[in-house]
Design a protein around this ligand. Sequence first.
Ligand SMILES: [Zn+2]
Length: 80
Amino acid sequence: MKRLLFLAWMALALPLGAHRPAPSAGAFAVPVETTVYVTKTGGKYHKGTCGYLSKSKIAMALSEAKAAGYGPCSRCKPPQ
Ligand SMILES: [Zn+2]
């Protein structure tokens, strides 16, 4: 009996669910914030692979780095 109720619930719930936008569809529409890396002492932000990051590597969002006054590294050319 419980199984029948479950199937009936599924039959009702599935068509309703199809009308809702999937959460992942919305996530694709929002651009993912680019992560860049800064050092403790430098005034530039870098890509994660840059050689200047050997001493310290602090991850932050690109917009955050720019807001903090960091400029793009001329060696690894991170996104601006
Ligand atoms: Zn760099």
